[in-house]
Design a binder for this molecule. Structure first.
Ligand code: ZN
Length: 150
């Protein structure tokens, strides 16, 4: 079970128990629902994006497994204050690392590198990327978008 300990690192467990930015966002001008039918993870991601493309505020609500919830929580912290194109690039790197496509990009991820162990568990990849897919759908789809991992 050593590998499972790798997957559920302290920082992931901590964020799953006490998720950050866990609330609806009244001022949201972008919003998307993400659903992972394989696991039952279901979140809504809210964004307040300024005219210059800066993500002024971001939050999420919903329910899901420890991995999906921790990932959503850490995502909100990682993209807050960033420009939308920086957030998209961060998602690309995160996706490469959790799918095992390019583990070396973990260096650029900061705390998000804690999810690198997910690449050993293909089923969990969808949990770890759900909030990010919803983020992208919200940025591209505007006020009310939806995305499913299936
Ligand atoms: Zn899940």
């Amino acid at each position: 079970m050593a590998e499972l300990r790798d997957l559920y690192q302290d920082i992931i467990l901590e964020h799953s128990k006490r998720p950050r930015n866990y609330r609806a966002l009244e001022a949201a001008n972008h919003k998307a629902e993400g659903f992972n039918p394989l696991c039952g993870d279901h979140f809504t991601v809210y964004l307040d994006v300024a005219e210059n493309g800066e993500i002024r505020d971001v939050s999420f609500q919903g329910s899901g497994c420890a991995i999906s919830k921790a990932s959503a929580s850490m995502m909100t912290q990682a993209v807050k204050g960033k420009r939308t194109e920086e957030a998209q690039k961060l998602f690309e790197k995160f996706h490469h690392v959790v799918t095992g496509k390019n583990g070396s990009e973990a260096e650029d991820l900061g705390k998000l590198a804690a999810f690198a162990g997910v690449s050993e568990y293909p089923v969990r990849v969808k949990c770890a990327t759900l909030a990010w897919h919803a983020l992208r759908a919200a940025l591209e789809g505007g006020k009310q978008a939806a995305v499913s991992t299936e």
